[in-house]
Design a binder for this molecule. Sequence first.
Ligand SMILES: CC(C)(COP(=O)(O)OP(=O)(O)OC[C@H]1O[C@@H](n2cnc3c(N)ncnc32)[C@H](O)[C@@H]1OP(=O)(O)O)[C@@H](O)C(=O)NCCC(=O)NCCS
Length: 290
Amino acid sequence: MANTDGSPVIHNIEPGDADDVWPLSIEAGWNQNLKDWRFMLGAGRGFGVLNADDRWDASSLVLPLGQKLAWISMVLVTKDRRRLGLGTTLLKRCIAEVRESGAVAGLDATEQGRPIYLPLGFHDLYRISRWHLDDVKGPKVPPPSHVTLRPFALSDLQRLATYDRPLSGMERPTLLAHLATRLPSIAWVAEARSGALVGYVLGREGRTATSIGPAIADDEETGLALIARAATSVAGPFILDVPDRHLRLRLWLQEQGAVTPRAYMRMTLGTAKDLDDPTHVFALAGPELG
Ligand SMILES: CC(C)(COP(=O)(O)OP(=O)(O)OC[C@H]1O[C@@H](n2cnc3c(N)ncnc32)[C@H](O)[C@@H]1OP(=O)(O)O)[C@@H](O)C(=O)NCCC(=O)NCCS
């Protein structure tokens, strides 16, 4: 359907549309399941294009991460409607939505998405690799000697959100609370002898694999120990999105036989405090969640 000027009509995608829009991410081979779509459409705002049969031809989504940052994701166009401008049109709608709220837009671009984002003013922050890990083969990975790992408890949630904010550059208590209930057995926290929180890992089940992340920690040794513990807590296969600069973690993943079929670029339109520094970010929540 088109407006009188030929541009496509943009519809809101409501949480109740999750079942109908999900085929777009399945067609692209992505890992989101219905719980992901329902969460994202409930916590954020979806925009899409319907075809004459009232099926979704294209989707996009804005997920607020605090007042200063909003994540654009799920920019998907069904295969036979690509290169017609739908992706760009939806992206512009998302950018307008973010600007209206006074926030900066961030996203993780696939190699297909990046050519759309660059001309719209987005710039690169850092590269991320998507890793596929079947299972953990090697010996246990201990945390640093002053750190202990223990299973996450719901009573940790507030402390975890406070710890997460400056290290991730995102204010995301709603998202963390959602993830904490998705797959509790994969969730761990790291504490120093003083009792201070020095890291955590959460995860969620997906359509084709279990996603490990976010994993945030004071240092790489703790981040790696948390990820290794998460990967031995539930059955694989797993996916992880890891900033390329974490060389020890990359090496460990390679030793486990993990492979990295694709990469993303973290990009922003404007400047978002603390978002450009992945020093403490060992696995993302996912390109769709930030
Ligand atoms: C990426 C995607 C959303 C683009 O949607 P689209 O509707 O085809 O995009 P547009 O028609 O608005 O393309 C805008 C411009 O982007 C560039 N572009 C789009 N797809 C491209 C590709 N595969 N290779 C190179 N450039 C491309 C072109 O410059 C294009 O303009 P042109 O067709 O006039 O040359 C679509 O290919 C898709 O759904 N891919 C799979 C999912 C995905 O990777 N999403 C992005 C997540 S970050």
